[in-house]
Design a binder for this molecule. Structure first.
Ligand SMILES: [Zn+2]
Length: 280
């Protein structure tokens, strides 16, 4: 498999990764926000097996788009207040323009959108500017870029992946025919029964990603599974949240285990390890 490279700017990505982390770990404090994600996403995009745009990607995208929308407005309003207090003549670039610039994505400037003098600018202008950005600039491209970066950071944190997949499992456990009358028929192909997805064979790209993330070792006992030290150690790809408990066929729900640990874990148990090999 050929390696692929992506250019990461990491502009505010750790900040967004932290928001995603807090939402997942403290989900009971943000129930409304988290459950809204499951309400607006189509069922297929949550249960279709092995999507490269994983369910976690979709959740990160949802968090980023919502957060940036609020921040773009709040920060611009604050900036306007300060500029007026300081007696400036011009507003300068607003926050969202800085974000675009950092990712080298062109955007329509606020100045071009609203060529008023500073004292005539109103807060509503920022709201309309944001709508204009959605229509005229590649704001989706911007969100996708930041989503990739946040995913890259988070994918290494198995405990966070476990917690996220447990949230998704809550949704899958509740899947039943009555709830999704209209689009259930076409999506029922993914279900073994109500509240449980079918086991689907794991594609090579998923195995490859998980193998390298877990450094070719069993996550639990750290046994080498690369085949260089011992040919007898068999590698198995385990669903962190088992399918029987609502786990999904998603790259974020897989970990590398040896045969023995996988057998000991058994079905119906959810755990991973928080032990990571040091860089040096
Ligand atoms: Zn093991």
């Amino acid at each position: 498999m050929k390696p692929e490279y992506i250019n990461h700017q990491y502009f505010n990505s750790y900040y967004y990764a932290n928001i995603v982390n807090n939402l997942i770990i403290n989900r009971w404090n943000f129930l409304g926000f988290v459950s809204q994600f499951f309400e607006i996403e189509p069922i297929a995009s949550l249960i279709e097996p092995w999507q490269k745009k994983s369910v976690l990607h979709q959740f990160i995208y949802y968090v980023i788009s919502t957060t940036i929308e609020d921040e773009a407005y709040d920060d611009a309003v604050e900036q306007l207040k300060i500029a007026k207090l300081r007696g400036n003549n011009e507003l300068g670039s607003v926050y969202i323009e800085w974000v675009f610039e950092n990712y080298q994505i062109e955007c329509y400037s606020f100045k071009d959108f609203c060529p008023k003098d500073l004292h005539s600018i109103e807060e509503d202008d920022f709201y309309e500017y944001y709508i204009e950005l959605i229509l005229c600039s590649d704001i989706e491209g911007l969100y996708k870029k930041i989503t990739e970066e946040v995913f890259y950071i988070i994918f290494n944190n198995r405990n966070l992946l476990l917690n996220f997949n447990w949230i998704v499992a809550g949704y899958i456990q509740d899947l039943n025919i009555d709830m999704f009358k209209e689009d259930f028929q076409e999506n029922s192909v993914y279900l073994l029964k109500e509240g449980q997805l079918k086991r689907e064979s794991i594609p090579e790209w998923v195995k490859h990603a998980v193998y390298f993330r877990d450094r070719g070792k069993c996550c639990l006992c750290k046994k080498d599974l690369s085949g260089t030290l011992s040919l007898s150690n068999e590698k198995e790809y385990d669903h962190i949240v088992p399918l029987s408990l609502g786990g999904s066929n998603d790259v974020t729900n897989i970990q590398l285990l040896c045969k023995e640990c996988n057998r000991n874990k058994g079905d119906g148990k959810i755990f991973t390890s928080n032990l990571y090999e040091k860089w040096y």
